[in-house]
Design a protein around this ligand. Structure first.
Ligand SMILES: Nc1ncnc2c1ncn2[C@@H]1O[C@H](COP(=O)(O)OP(=O)(O)O)[C@@H](O)[C@H]1O
Ligand SMILES: [Mg+2]
Length: 247
């Protein structure tokens, strides 16, 4: 195990939409190099949690610490600079730009702010990552021509452009994705985790994939953390069963 602070730690994290408490006093800790699942019924606050962690939404209460640094008051690009990348359930790609340009975007933005490497170097890295997700041959195609699964692979390649990289947040990476591409995504996650000690927080309801990926899962219901443990442990937890099936 690597010493040092956990890669992700939230304390009493809270996000409200008007009167609705979408994330309610959420405290979770994910140590370095763990692949953590985040599950829960529809509307339990998983996506909102990812949106708050990535800085898309501002928390209404509580704290977020990434690698020991407090980030809940930072802007999204400052959070990215802490080594956090994410993917969206509905891929956010620029349809008229090429696949390669879409992967290059975060590095180009960093270049613009005077950080990161030189253009030839980042282009080579982007090509390598496109190869890693099996899409280098499509690099000159407009992103809008990709299937849903291919778009998810591009989002993953784009996330991997972020350097340094400590944590990847993924919202439903397997939803609506063809089984052959699911396997590529799964292998990519395992390889990045094994070889670069990248930590993952993966929102998913795909139990087969979670079983292969996650040492532990956290379960949310109505914004709150209701259980944590191995998939087997939480699947046998009475609160979890009630959350999914009703009491
Ligand atoms: N932008 C928003 N504005 C208002 N309510 C929202 C917004 N995003 C999510 N919600 C509400 O917050 C709750 C949690 O939603 P969400 O985080 O998307 O759940 P999950 O991803 O677990 O299905 C739901 O009741 C949802 O309707
Ligand atoms: Mg969601």
């Amino acid at each position: 195990m690597t010493a040092g602070p956990p890669v992700l730690e939230t304390r009493g994290l809270t996000k409200r939409f008007g009167g609705l408490v979408a994330v309610d006093q959420l405290s979770i800790t994910v140590p370095r190099a763990q692949i953590r699942g985040l599950i829960g019924p529809n509307g339990s606050g998983k996506t909102t949690t990812v949106n708050v962690l990535s800085g898309l939404y501002r928390a209404d209460g509580g704290e977020i610490h990434l690698c020991g640094r407090r980030t809940d008051k930072l802007r999204p690009h400052e959070i990215t600079a802490c080594g956090i990348a994410r993917t969206f359930q509905i891929p956010k790609l620029f349809g008229h730009m090429t696949v390669l340009e879409n992967v290059l975007l975060p590095a180009l933005a960093a270049l613009d702010r005077g950080a990161g490497g030189a253009l030839p170097e980042i282009t080579e890295r982007a090509r390598g990552l496109l190869d890693f997700v099996t899409l280098d041959r499509l690099r000159h195609a407009p992103a809008k021509e990709l299937s849903g699964g291919q778009s998810m692979l591009i989002q993953i390649a784009r996330a991997l452009m972020v350097r340094p990289l400590h944590l990847i947040l993924m919202d439903e990476p397997f939803a609506g994705v063809h089984p052959s591409i699911r396997d590529i995504i799964l292998e990519a996650i395992l390889k990045m985790n094994r070889e670069e000690e990248i930590t993952f927080l993966i929102v998913s309801h795909e139990m087969a994939e979670l079983r292969r990926l996650c040492q532990r899962v956290s379960v949310m219901d109505e914004g709150r953390l209701i259980a944590e443990g191995t998939l087997e442990e939480v699947a046998n937890n009475q609160l979890v069963l009630e959350a999914y099936l009703g009491p």
